[in-house]
Design a protein around this ligand. Structure first.
Ligand code: ADP
Length: 220
């Protein structure tokens, strides 16, 4: 069963005539590592917003982890979002919290017990290469390290799908390279499905599947 399935999905934003997504059909299978590429305005963010149910389709059907999003009741949306870990270009960290607290926070808000948090936070920080930096604050770290915190936070709930929206967009080439190496490592060590949005086609070459978008269409 695919983890994400789009059947003839069209999205037209209110007041617009041109669709942001135009009759898109695709399947992403469990464990796949996919790059979503395309120039600005091609529909990449719209794809992500539809999967997270931040936006609704104008036409067509979306299944995420077997659930038809058009039939998903309002109270189940947070449950859906918990199964999709998301990493953003601008990190979205809490500046007054330490590295460990930033990651722990994702578990606290969903009411996980203290002893569980104390166990899994060091594990995930080790996984992303931040062992030893638990007590630092984000502004004491490099951009690449800050993005590692965000990746740890996205992984901490063991989501079925990890989405990264231009994760290296704010990084210099050295840090961008190290983040891509981290994703490659995670790919071999974890069972999750990764969808990485980028307009850096060079980085996207290092994978087996690239979905290329243009003007709301999948062109390759
Ligand atoms: P990308 O992420 O590839 O840059 P987007 O999905 O953000 O592309 O945008 C696709 C198209 O939809 C663009 O033409 C954009 O202007 C339009 N669009 C995106 N969000 C909105 C919105 N909230 N209201 C109206 N138009 C939008």
């Amino acid at each position: 069963m695919p983890v994400i399935r789009f059947d003839d999905v069209t999205k037209i934003y209110p007041g617009q005539t041109r669709p942001a997504l135009d009759d898109v059909s695709l399947e992403i299978e469990k464990g796949e590592f996919v790059f979503l590429v395309g120039t600005s305005g091609s529909g990449k963010s719209t794809f992500l917003k539809l999967v997270l149910r931040e936006e609704k389709t104008s036409d067509g059907r979306i299944h995420v982890l077997g659930k038809d999003l058009s039939r998903l009741s309002q109270w189940k949306i947070p449950v859906l979002r918990r199964q999709v870990g998301t990493v953003f270009q601008d990190f979205r960290l809490l500046p007054n919290k330490t590295v460990a607290e930033n990651v722990a926070f994702a578990l606290e808000v969903i009411g996980r017990p203290e002893h569980q948090i104390a166990k899994v936070v060091p594990e995930v920080l080790e996984l992303v290469g931040l062992a030893g930096k638990e007590d630092r604050r984000p502004d004491e770290l490099s951009g690449g390290e800050q993005q590692r915190i965000a990746i740890a936070r996205a992984l901490i709930n063991k989501p079925a799908i990890v989405f990264a929206d231009e994760p290296t967009g704010n990084l210099d080439s050295h840090n961008a390279q190290s983040i891509h190496e981290l994703f490659s490592k995670l790919r071999t060590e974890l069972q999750q499905t990764f969808v990485i949005v980028t307009h850096n086609e060079h980085l996207a070459k290092s994978t087996d599947r690239v979905i290329k978008m243009q003007d709301g269409l999948i062109i390759a």
